[in-house]
Write a protein that binds this ligand. Structure first.
Ligand code: EPS
Length: 382
């Protein structure tokens, strides 16, 4: 079983992740992880903190000669800002930001200082989620399963969606300051972020994750918690600021008739090797039917609220005085949708890899490749 735990506070010494259940023999290139960490730190609209951090992963266990040995992999990312914080004494923070974990967290755990909440509730945690998901992505690449993510909307600015994803497109996404494939919309999004900054406000938006090369049969309908759509939605929803998740055309589908929604099934005879292939002309289901992958691209969208730390703060209360006041402001991002899109891609990779190992798992990569090949050979007969 593939699983992970992570730990660490935003201004603590470091972030730690422990991955268990990886097969032996998987080459782990730290640079692939660092590349995604760098992407997560980028995106127009990030704040001052990202000028301090230069996230790099260190792998502390589980590897010999660059390959996994079946034992737990420990990942570490240092917090550079820790040095700035460890020396200082800070007065307690007692005014919660509406929309943040501050309020409920302080009451739940009985804290007088909100820092004890926000240190762990911080989106800093997503750096480790990206590192962990990148390891899953490395495993998926062995089976030609590729992940993509791009931004579809920031505030009111909407992008034209492209429908064909390949490695060249991936490079193009990274060239956009907001990880958006529509150049004109990218400019509009940056302008909108500037406007929000000037007004002391923040912006949310939508990103999507696409996973190609996923075989038919990951996940299952036989038990609620094995439905892969549910697991993907849960993973995406665990990213700070995500308030809604959509699989395929889920939201539009709710307005239409069944005949206009479901992806009809066709068969193509392949004369060359005397076989046949099933296919669809549309993918409104987003690659998942009954909680099981159907061989089409998996498509997920996540909707983010604007982050709750506002330069022009909203009304709140002071736990210390029990009076109404304005929330406090220290420093923050204006828009995290591009960064969250990288996080979304990696947490989705993790869920797909988990389901993949449940179906084809073995103790070594060689064994899993054999299992996968047998399954694919058998599919030819169905
Ligand atoms: C965050 C506040 C900011 C963000 C942080 C999340 O950090 P700081 O409190 O140090 O100014 O930049 O995000 C990250 C550190 C990160 O790596 O994404 C918050 O309050 O949630």
């Amino acid at each position: 079983m593939l699983r992970f735990l992570d730990a660490g506070e935003s201004h603590g010494r470091c972030l730690i992740g422990i991955i268990e259940g990886l097969p032996a023999g998987l080459s782990i290139d730290e640079e692939k992880i660092n590349f995604n960490l760098k992407r997560r730190q980028g995106g127009y609209g990030r704040g001052e903190r990202m000028k301090i951090e230069q996230d790099q992963v260190e792998i502390l266990s589980g590897l010999r000669e660059g390959k996994t040995i079946g034992s737990p992999l420990i990942l570490m990312i240092k917090n550079k800002d820790w040095e700035n914080w460890s020396e200082k004494e800070y007065p307690p923070l007692t005014i919660p930001r509406p929309g943040h974990a501050d309020f409920a967290g302080a009451i739940k755990y009985g804290f007088k200082d909100l820092r004890k909440v926000l240190e762990r509730a911080s989106a800093r945690q997503t750096a480790m989620r990206v590192a962990i998901g990148s390891v899953a992505g490395i495993l998926l690449e062995e089976f030609n399963i590729n992940t993509y993510s791009d931004v579809l909307r920031i505030g009111p600015v909407k992008a034209h969606r492209i429908t064909s994803f390949n490695p060249e497109v991936k490079a193009e996404i990274n060239e956009s300051p907001v990880f958006c494939l529509d150049g004109i919309a990218s400019l509009g999004m940056c302008r909108e972020i500037d406007r929000a900054r000037e007004k002391g406000d923040t912006l949310g938006g939508i990103f999507e994750v696409i996973i190609s090369g996923v075989p038919i049969g990951l996940g299952s309908y036989v038990q609620w918690d094995r439905r892969l759509d549910a697991r993907l939605a849960s993973a995406l929803m665990s990213i700070p600021s995500v308030k809604a998740v959509e699989i395929g055309e889920g939201i539009e589908a709710s307005k239409k008739k069944g005949s206009a929604v479901h992806d009809e099934i066709f068969v193509q005879e392949e004369l060359k090797n005397n076989s046949s292939r099933y296919f669809r002309k549309s993918n409104r289901a987003g690659g998942l039917e009954g909680g099981v992958t159907n061989g089409e691209e998996v498509i997920i969208r996540a909707y983010l609220k604007p982050i709750p730390t506002l330069i022009n703060p909203l009304c709140s209360i002071d736990f210390a005085t029990k009076r109404e006041t304005k929330a406090t402001y220290q420093r923050s991002d204006i828009c995290v949708v591009p960064a969250a899109c990288v996080v979304g891609e990696e947490v989705a990779a993790w869920e797909i890899a988990t389901a993949f190992l449940e179906k084809f798992g073995g103790d070594s990569l060689v064994e899993i490749k054999e299992n996968y090949k047998n399954y694919r050979d058998r599919l030819q007969e169905l």
